[in-house]
Design a protein around this ligand. Structure first.
Ligand code: RM4
Ligand code: MN
Length: 391
């Protein structure tokens, strides 16, 4: 039996944990082969927010929803934020989209054409205006920019163009706003992506200033990458701003967080706990970035929130004193055993208690299924064009 640190502190930390949901997880999605439409899928940004609020209602842990512009474009963003507030959620990160216009074939902010770079940079500034109107803190930047063939464009010039656009967006930020700069190894670019890894993101953030931090999308690395090392390193540098949690078997699969490799998620959350960075006041945005192509979307988001909570609970249960003692005396097997004991603990009863203490149903997926919400949206949202990638 492991020595549990302080159960009431663990429960408190779990009750305070916050996970942000993505509006696009509720819309239709698929692969380049097929998008399978689902009944009841939102048609508007408001309906996506209503679904996100439903996830929060059953989990008590997902009080903010990230938006993607232009997928969630509306005339009145302040009204959208008020609508969200009335449903008990707030607007989270504003995600920019400079990857779907024909103009961006050769890149957005790194495009060789200055007119196209201007258009892309203007979109980043538009996103900051959306943040002003909604009260959002985070400008989330992901660039699909890159090249497919050696010699296609100048690698170094593209870094200069990227730095110029980032500087303009950074200088436009308000005091309480910040940039989350995401990276991705490949896809859609196949030879050289302009922000391919955490080191590139980190270097640009350092160049920009303290309001620029790295966003780690767990699906954006080469297979076998030690993501928890990146987490530990960035936390030490105070440059970890956010996660885009999802899981993958092969590339950027965007499956439910914790589904493919729950042990990896535990190792990541251990580094968070180790750095005392779980508390929302520490400013790390724990977001989901997922697509539910074949499974029902709302319960899949609920399940993902629960998977992050389970990994976190296990991380909180690591007997840090015993671990430190074993590490100090070089007891390799004991240190590993202490770590694994926590991972192998069934934390579901503990999380059920945490939920019950908050007046929530201990089984959020079952409670959602019983609630009739799915039947209601299926009936109410019949007709009209469903939201999805590109909508
Ligand atoms: C990208 C990246 C971004 C997400 C888009 C939809 O691969 O992960 O974070 O906004 O997909
Ligand atoms: Mn992402």
């Amino acid at each position: 039996m492991i020595a549990v640190p302080d159960l009431s502190a663990v429960k408190q930390a779990l009750a305070a944990q916050r996970i942000e949901t993505p509006s696009w997880a509720f819309g239709n999605s698929g692969t380049r082969f097929k998008v399978f439409a689902q009944p009841g899928v939102p048609r508007t940004p408001e309906e996506k927010i209503a679904d996100a609020a439903t996830v929060h209602r059953f989990t008590g842990a997902a009080p903010s929803v990230a938006l993607h512009i232009p997928w969630d474009r509306v005339d009145d963003y302040a009204a959208l934020a008020r609508y969200a507030g009335d449903l008990g959620v707030s607007v989270g990160a504003i995600n920019t989209n400079v990857f779907q216009d024909d103009d961006y074939k050769l890149g957005s902010v790194t495009n060789p054409d200055p007119g196209i770079r201007r258009k892309a940079t203007d979109h980043l500034l538009e996103a900051v205006a959306v943040m002003d109107a909604t009260g959002s803190r985070d400008l989330k930047l992901w660039f699909s920019d890159g090249i497919n063939y050696p010699g296609q464009d100048d690698l170094r010039d593209r870094q200069d163009r990227l730095a110029t656009a980032l500087r303009e967006a950074y200088d436009r930020l308000g005091d309480d706003q910040r940039i989350l700069l995401e990276y991705k190894l490949f896809e859609p670019a196949f030879y050289a992506t302009d922000v391919p890894d955490w080191g590139t993101s980190f270097a640009h953030c350092v160049e920009l200033g303290p309001k620029a931090t790295v966003c780690i999308d767990t699906g954006h690395h080469a297979p076998g990458t030690n993501i928890e090392f990146i987490v530990a390193f960035l936390l030490r540098q105070d440059r970890l701003g956010a996660f885009d949690f999802n899981s993958r078997f092969y590339a950027d699969d965007d499956l439910m967080a914790g589904a493919a490799d729950p042990f990896q998620l535990f190792r990541i959350m251990y580094e968070i706990v180790r750095a005392d960075a779980l508390d929302p006041a520490r400013g790390i945005n724990f977001m989901l970035d997922q697509c539910h192509n074949i499974e029902a979307k709302i319960p899949a988001v609920i399940r993902s929130v629960m998977n992050v909570q389970e990994a976190t609970a296990k991380a909180l249960l690591v007997d840090r004193a015993a671990l430190a003692a074993a590490q100090r005396c070089g007891d390799v097997l004991e240190a590993n055993a202490v770590f694994m004991d926590a991972y192998n603990t069934d934390v579901r009863p503990l999380l059920a208690e945490v939920r019950a203490d908050q007046g929530l149903d201990p089984d959020p997926v079952a409670a959602y299924k019983r609630s009739g919400y799915q039947e209601k949206i299926t009936a109410d949202r019949a007709g009209g064009e469903q939201a999805g990638w590109g909508a």
